[in-house]
Design a protein around this ligand. Sequence first.
Ligand code: DTR
Length: 349
Amino acid sequence: MNRSTSRAHRLLTLASALALGLVAGVLAVVPQSSRAADITLTYAFFAPAGTFPGRQMAHWAEQINKRTNGKVEVRTFPGGTLLGAREMYDGVSKGVADIGLGSPSYDPGRFPLTSGVSLPLGFPNSTVASRTLWAATKEFQPKEYAPYKVIAMFTTEPGHIQSRNPVRNAADLKGLKLRAAGTGVPVLAALGAAPVGMPMPEVPQAVQTGVIEGTMTSREVLKDFRLAETLKFVTDYPTVVVTFAAVMDRKRFERLPDDVKKVIDELAEEMPVWTGQYHDQQNVGAALQWSKQQHQLQVLTLADDERARWDAALAPMVSNWIEEMKAKGLPAERYIDRVRALRDRFARQ
Ligand code: DTR
């Protein structure tokens, strides 16, 4: 290469670099995700963004944006800023939010069949229970979701008693004011405690003010709601899961373009596993470690005979539930049989 060609070459390189830079600059100014979206969906959740259902919401929002190449944008409203726990599903029906993530467990009267998943059925973890809930919902198409399109379902891990004072036996539990949600209330009643039902976001203050002596729920709340500052004991007795369902108004969903509906359906299949695995493999473990290190949390084991008595006290709940739901004309027996079979299948995978 002589000097002039090499200069020309350098100039050319400079020019193309500038051109490339310009293109890159334009791309940087208008990245795909912030390109004016065709569709904006609002998504409400009743608890903080950092909790595991909140992370699910953020993941879903990010994925739908990505998989529709920016066509759908989601504005998330965690922490009850748009809808609280008690008004979530009505709020979606009224159009306050396009999507609402609520807990069917908080309202078993409204979601009767779903409450079967929250019976003491011995789920090993959240992943298995979440997959079971979703598979059973698809199979049975419960009427309770008729006004909605369910876009994501998952559960907590089985709840544990988390208390200010140690709970090692029925005597420790007798008359103890513990908070639970949904079927957790009859579980605590059967074990002899004095259950108080309230949504999760109200728990920290109720613990602080001594309204309750503890709670029975998944153990990540020790860190995510900083409950380990006051609740220093966990009883190693897994009980029932709490269900979550994110829904859209069905008519609103039907108006979406087909390609967007397809992505929503695709994500609905992934959410139980994504959320269950995050909760089981990172969230709960990190919370227990933090609580032990920072707040001297103690995990209490039940004696074998005590555990057997607790199991016996809870056993009638399933048959009672079946009778109650049969009286409402629901396919309760078939539902529980399927839930048990799905639980075993997913537990083996
Ligand atoms: N276990 C349910 C729900 C629950 C558990 N973790 C979170 C985090 C955010 C909201 C709700 C929940 C309960 O006892 O309410």
